[in-house]
Design a protein around this ligand. Sequence first.
Ligand code: WT7
Length: 675
Amino acid sequence: MTHGEPNPLESPVGAGRRFPPSAEFTAQANAHPELQAWAAADRLGFWADQARQLLSWGTDFTEVLDWSAAPVAHWFGDGRLNACYNAVDRHVEAGHGDRVALHFEGEPGDTRTITYAELQREVSRAANALVALGVQTGDRVAIYLPMIPEAVIAMLACARIGAVHSVVFGGFSAEALRTRIADAQAVLVITADGGFRRGSATALKPAVDEAVGSPAGAVGPVDGADHRGTTARNVLVVRRTGQDIAWTPGRDVWWHEALEAASDVHEPVLVGSEHPLFILYTSGTTGKPKGIFHTTGGYLTQCAYTHLNVFDLKAETDVFWCTADVGWVTGHSYVVYGPLVNGATQVIYEGTPDTPTKGRWWDIVSKYGVTILYTAPTAIRTCMKWGEDIPGGYDLSSLRLLGSVGEPINPEAWTWYRRVIGGDRTPVVDTWWQTETGAIMISPLPGISSGKPGSAQTPLPGIAADVVDEEAHPVANGSGGYLVLTEPWPAMLRGIWGDPQRYADTYWSRFPGIYFAGDGAKKDADGDIWLLGRVDDVMNVSGHRLSTTEIESALVSHPMVAEAAVVGASDETTGQAVVAFVILRAEYLDRADEIGEGADVAATLRAHVTKEIGPIAKPRTILVVNELPKTRSGKIMRRLLRDVAEHRTVGDVTTLADSSVMDLISEGLHTPPPT
Ligand code: WT7
């Protein structure tokens, strides 16, 4: 950890205001006040009941939790089920085949409505197509798609045959895709020719060609070892944009052709509750992303439970819209598994909120009558910046509940969201969780909790979380420390793919026996929890998790760069922004003097980071410096660089090997370079 203590005692603005639920909302709410007492009295019995009520099991389980192999949990271990059957088939069998599962809205304005019965036929065809391509139960399949229905169908088709999906966000580079395919040894990649974004067709297939390494003219190994995604035997390609793409015969297969040739009947494969459902890579504190993997029964139980109680879902009448991409965990749990297991009707949208106009989201809300909206603070702050006249021009009266996720929501954004989008009437739920936790852990319960802007408030019934000090002692109300989870929970990760030691070290060694989330938090006078941001080298940019070390590695892989230090500086819209300090190699220094800290170096390096990781990781600001502040043991003091990047007086420099370097850096920064 570099920047040490969170600053828990800083009092957030607007902390005092409470928003009690209306009597009407409470009267119809799914969540009941007894949930908490029930879960507290018999936690495992409570989860067993949730698992049996919310899911259909092929074989019931006899044991709820086996924690004897801690920190790897086994939930409902001897039960058997199929995730896709739970998300699709059983709703058709229950007579809801005509209910809309997905209202798809493409960015160019094309739409598709898919009922549960249609979804069942589509996923069955896709499952048969995967089998025809030789994909077996337990194999890994990489999915690299835009936000189109095929992304949902592909995930479900994998689950249907017991294959493990590894979705890679379409905004990641070929290089990032390659390492993920190689790490999981995926046998198949499902992609598209491209997708629509900001008004034009962007390509995806070329990145797959580069990552998988087409036999003709393939790029050589980067670092001597062959890390290419050559384990992938086939590439299944959805035609979305119709743009021209390169084709490798024998390897590449069109999705529509494979599905046309396949039967629309497929028997879902029953798997054990602990069978892996998916791997999802996320940034950690080192350069190498972690393949977080989740299993079936516990994960689905908690997704369904939270989706039902936190979002108050009424499957018959609600229209749910989670704006996340399936490339992130939010899309896994609250676009695919939670809503579909609960038989919900939902909206998925391919594009950005400002295409073709800044009213696009609100147009979608009114068009489909969205009742529950789940999005990230960065999107809310962007809308605030655009002004309330834009949402004001649409009928948003269908909305009855609003959710927030991904980063702390500042009280101003919370109250704006409720007033402008929620018409001063909707509950707002600020939900804390992580890729690792699989599902929501801390959140108000609508209809029960009085909303408190800026606070995620309380652990859900059945979840044990606390804020502790350095010695793992719970802090008193009014104090801050580290957020921990003190009991295993059903949707918890089961490990880091292929690296059990890293799993134990990362999450279970800081406080032995309890899970360390990496977040700072405080308890207020009521004992409610306020999240204060990461206390490790992980940044949160627009609700996306990025590793400082990973971006530093990308920067130093450019021949121009000798050394790099990256920090997350606070940013009004994106929460944090990537700011990089770089030392150029001697042979480039003269040139750097010539062009100052200006555009060329920064533009080159930003493009390089985009290529290595993806556009989301591209630094907002790159500052060329001559020195970096280091401790005597050679560790870069990112805390001081953050002070500089956030225009604060530089803090304590006494542990620096050379305390004059901060003066040099600050001097060089009088005029921030263009971004
Ligand atoms: C990190 C996890 C969970 C889905 C999206 C992000 C931050 C998440 C909140 C919240 C404050 C939050 C934490 C966490 N975070 N939700 N409601 N309030 N911070 O998943 O990419 O795994 O990132 O996001 O720092 O550790 P992720």
